[in-house]
Design a binder for this molecule. Structure first.
Ligand SMILES: [Ca+2]
Ligand SMILES: [Ca+2]
Length: 295
């Protein structure tokens, strides 16, 4: 699967969720041939593109989990994994990864008529309570401990607020107490929020976003996307690179949208985007997505 297909697939998923009023945290599985060994690069670039465009995007792009399956392709030159099963963890728990057939040599062969070996995964639907707990746990892991291996997006943060939000930080800590290790974490949790003001979902988003932007997963994904856009590797994204790369990912994107992205990102108006400007543009977009999606 190429980048533009990933972007297209995510658009379709988002459209489906809106058209049929599907909760974005509802169980979602996307599986198949991504034709890529670097799933992380694809995700980082697709995420950056959606952020720069400020387009609504399905949370699966950001917080889905890849089932650890075996290599699915075997040729003379290499044996590797190019097929993936992605799932939304809020609603589904991975129970087992059944043994997949193993190709002895190059495929296709008599035993494996396809050039891909099938993969499989078994999931269990989480109960309503299980979902609430899972989401609240991810919120605590991120905002409190800096664990953003599966970062929550706006719908997840709103759900976390529903699960453990309360009028005061102390009451929220009471509701989250089962997820907190001891008094030290309890104090740290309360300190995430301003005292003396009624807590809102926005406070949850603010606390989560503030920590997320400091941690490695966000910075690494930003650097990976920057390197993709900076085609000649000179340390800046020139207008031509931005336009050509965006058009590869989004063939239908208009010149006006590309100009708009450049203008918004190029804050010192020198005609190109530096790594800092790129990072700042993604930070602004992330913060804006948390604000505009809150409920
Ligand atoms: Ca460049
Ligand atoms: Ca600049």
């Amino acid at each position: 699967m190429r980048l533009c297909q990933v972007a297209q697939l995510m658009d379709e998923l988002q459209r489906f969720a809106v058209d049929f009023s599907v909760d974005p945290l509802e169980a979602t599985i996307v599986g198949g041939d991504w034709n890529s060994e670097s799933l992380e690069e694809i995700r980082a670039v697709a995420q950056a593109t959606c952020r720069l465009e400020a387009a609504p995007v399905h949370p699966l792009l950001f917080s889905s989990v890849d089932v650890p399956t075996r290599s699915t392709s075997s040729t003379l030159l290499r044996r590797n994994r190019i097929d993936y099963i992605m799932h939304s963890e809020a609603a589904l728990r991975l129970v087992a990864v059944p043994d997949a057939p193993r190709a002895a040599g190059c495929i296709p062969d008599e035993q494996h008529p396809s050039d891909h070996v099938p993969i499989a995964a078994e999931f269990e639907f989480r109960s309503r309570e299980g979902r609430r707990r899972h989401i609240a746990d991810r919120f605590v892991r991120g905002a409190l401990r800096g664990d953003f291996s599966k970062p929550l997006q706006a719908p997840g943060i709103a759900a976390a607020f529903e699960a453990i939000g309360a009028p005061t930080p102390r009451e929220a800590a009471d509701r989250a107490s089962g997820l907190l290790a001891g008094d030290g974490e309890r104090e740290a949790f309360e300190a995430l929020f301003e005292r003396g003001r009624e807590l809102t979902a926005e406070d949850f988003a603010e606390a989560y976003g503030r920590r997320y932007l400091l941690e490695a997963p966000f910075r690494e994904s930003m650097a990976c996307a920057f390197a993709f856009f900076d085609v000649d590797g000179d340390g800046a994204i020139q207008p031509g690179e931005l336009r050509d790369t965006l058009k590869r990912i989004r063939p239908g994107i208009s010149d006006a949208t590309v100009d708009d992205i450049l203008e918004r990102a190029d804050s010192d108006h020198n005609g190109e985007i530096s790594p800092d400007e790129f990072g700042a543009a993604l930070l602004r977009a992330y913060s804006a997505s948390l604000r505009c999606n809150r409920s």
